[in-house]
Design a protein around this ligand. Structure first.
Ligand SMILES: NC(=O)c1ccc[n+]([C@@H]2O[C@H](COP(=O)([O-])OP(=O)(O)OC[C@H]3O[C@@H](n4cnc5c(N)ncnc54)[C@H](OP(=O)(O)O)[C@@H]3O)[C@@H](O)[C@H]2O)c1
Length: 207
């Protein structure tokens, strides 16, 4: 598939691009500065290329939203024609910058209501994107939620292609919970000396 990454030159964007490219996808890194994106793409190599935000939004069949949360709504609003009907993987973390009864994704969705929104990767540090599997053989989990079940299934396949386990966390109503797990993840990582290599793990019941 073709994956457009808005904010593709950043830590998360380049990390995701490497994994998607290794899994056989075509990736377009979108930046406010096309030359910066081309340089970032050249460093990754393979099936990754760089361009403007508009080029990434246009070319991508799936769009990853990887700009700072405070810039997310304006970024997608400006591109909403190109995003209509496409899956947007919202990875942005609001860190409390949303009303108490809302979530980062619920707020961002208002800027492109005709896209198909799925929250993912919010609870994963950028440093872990190159290591879907621990030396012990345990797969890292990527928590996913959203109301569009078909879109969520597509995103879960995208997540699993580089080797992560996608965990279906239900609908949009759980997006706030994922948002709140992020500051706790940072706190736990600091307390237990994780050096931003920690991850949330869901242990399934049953044998
Ligand atoms: N860091 C983590 O471990 C982590 C984990 C999970 C989720 N997240 C979330 O993932 C997103 C990206 O995080 P990151 O750590 O990759 O950040 P980052 O390294 O700072 O990259 C963010 C990218 O956003 C673009 N950007 C910055 N300001 C912008 C603006 N005003 N308008 C449009 N684009 C802008 C920049 O690209 P250009 O300068 O090329 O335009 C930059 O490369 C954030 O929302 C963050 O909350 C981060």
């Amino acid at each position: 598939m073709k994956i457009g990454i808005l904010g593709g030159t950043g830590r998360m964007g380049t990390g995701l691009a490497r994994g998607y490219a290794q899994a056989g996808h075509e990736v377009i890194l979108g930046s406010r500065d096309a030359d910066k994106a081309k340089d970032a793409a050249a460093q990754i190599g393979g099936s990754v290329r760089g361009g403007t935000l508009a080029e990434a939004a246009q070319a991508g069949e799936i769009i990853v939203l990887s700009v700072p949360f405070r810039e997310a709504a304006n970024t997608v609003r400006a591109l909403q024609n190109a995003l209509t009907g496409k899956i947007i993987v919202d990875i942005t973390n609001p860190f409390g910058a949303v009303p108490p009864d809302s979530s980062g994704m619920a707020e961002n969705m208002k800027a492109a209501p005709h896209a198909r929104w799925v929250a993912a990767y919010k609870t994963n540090f950028w440093k872990t994107l190159d290591a879907p599997m621990l030396p012990s053989g345990v797969r890292r989990d990527i928590l996913v939620c959203g109301d569009d079940e078909d879109a969520k299934r597509v995103v879960m396949q995208l997540i699993e292609a580089p080797g992560f386990r996608a965990v279906d966390c239900g609908g949009l109503s759980n997006a706030r919970t994922l948002d709140l797990m992020v500051p706790l993840m940072i706190e736990l990582d600091r307390r237990y000396g994780g050096n931003a290599l920690s991850s949330w793990k869901f242990m399934e019941g049953g044998m």
